[in-house]
Design a protein around this ligand. Structure first.
Ligand code: CDT
Length: 338
């Protein structure tokens, strides 16, 4: 049985602070039309796709931040044309935005919309990178921990366009746990939007190495979880700060099916064989047959790495060997000075 779906990554070039939501929406509509002309049925837009990547600035007037960068409802009057066009063209899509809830919570969110315009699901970003404090000496800020709360919806999948589809956002792609939780629910497609600065805020790092990490993560996450993975960038010089492109669609084999070439508005598309994911889940990555969760308990019990100090390891081993009736075991002999 073959199951194919034409999937696309609709990358955005820079959206500056001065760009209105209406202007951003018009560009998204243009990308949607381009994807439609390529035959796409499911389109993934970037993280925070209606505005500039505002967490790069320290801002104190939260009311102004809310008005300029957060969405109180999606769609809104300004963003409605994207939803209308998608419905008209019969295209399903993923899009990221800054969500302000009626009870005043703020999340970095993404939604999944069906080709008939129905809202299928919502995800709120769990892994928030950066910091919450002002770093006046840094070239730019990464204040996701200031502006957003940790997502409270978990990692879910949806029956969607004859597939099982899950959503993640940007920094989530660095955490294998996020992908595995989706894969354990049968995810065949993972959609993810990102904004990744070309410069590392925390320590000097060659930009090419950052792209290398982005690509090896995408390839390994797709393969080890037997999913199609669509990762879409917002990129280019946004308000003078560069973010890299390299939007990719990766097959469940870990091979890059298509990749963007620019740091501008650009669509890449592929005809995805969804059964390829299902087959790998029955064979190499048949979780039910091969996983050993009884040995993975630390994954959920421990947050940070804890290394037992060498001295207490020695003491524990000595005590164990004494209890076993041996006065000295091989590892003490080996560590004793000769
Ligand atoms: N938007 C986002 O999550 N960006 C992060 C930057 C990490 S460096 C603070 C990313 O993982 O790409």
């Amino acid at each position: 049985m073959s199951r194919h779906l034409k999937i696309a990554a609709a990358q955005l070039g820079p959206l500056n602070r001065s760009d209105t939501r209406a202007a951003a929406t018009q560009r998204l509509v243009n990308l949607l039309r381009e994807a439609h002309a390529m035959g796409a049925k499911f389109v993934v837009f970037p993280e925070l796709a209606f505005t500039t990547f505002f967490p790069r600035w320290w801002m104190e007037d939260q009311a102004e931040v809310d008005a300029r960068f957060f969405e109180k409802s999606v769609p809104s009057k300004e963003t409605q044309p994207l939803f209308d066009e998608a419905k008209k063209l019969g295209i399903g899509f993923y899009i990221g935005y800054a969500e302000l809830t009626p009870d005043n919570h703020r999340y970095n969110a993404a939604i999944l919309v069906a080709p008939d315009g129905r809202l299928v699901g919502k995800y709120r970003k769990v892994h928030l990178p950066g910091h919450a404090d002002h770093k006046p000496k840094a070239a730019f800020q990464h204040l996701e921990k200031k502006y957003f709360e940790v997502g409270d919806l978990g990692f879910r999948v949806w029956r969607y366009m004859d597939t099982i589809t899950g959503m993640l956002i940007c920094n989530d792609r660095r955490w294998p746990e996020a992908f595995r939780v989706l894969a354990l629910q049968g995810a065949e497609i993972v959609a993810l939007g990102f904004n990744t600065p070309t410069e590392n805020l925390h320590y000097p790092e060659p930009p090419a190495l950052r792209v290398h990490h982005h690509l090896i993560m995408a390839q390994s996450m797709a393969f080890q979880n037997a999913t199609w993975l669509i990762e879409t960038a917002k990129c280019g010089y946004e308000d003078g700060f560069r973010m890299f492109g390299h939007s990719v669609i990766v097959a469940p084999t870990g091979e890059i099916a298509v990749k963007s070439q620019t740091e501008e508005d650009e669509v890449v598309c592929t005809n995805a064989d969804i059964e390829m994911a299902a087959n790998l889940k029955r064979t190499m990555f048949n979780f039910a047959a091969h996983r050993r969760p009884e040995h993975y308990r630390l994954i959920v019990e421990r947050v940070g790495a804890e290394v037992t100090p060498w001295r207490s390891t020695m003491r524990a081993k000595r005590a164990r060997s004494r209890a076993a009736g041996s006065s000295m075991c091989w590892w003490i002999r080996r560590t004793r000075p000769r």
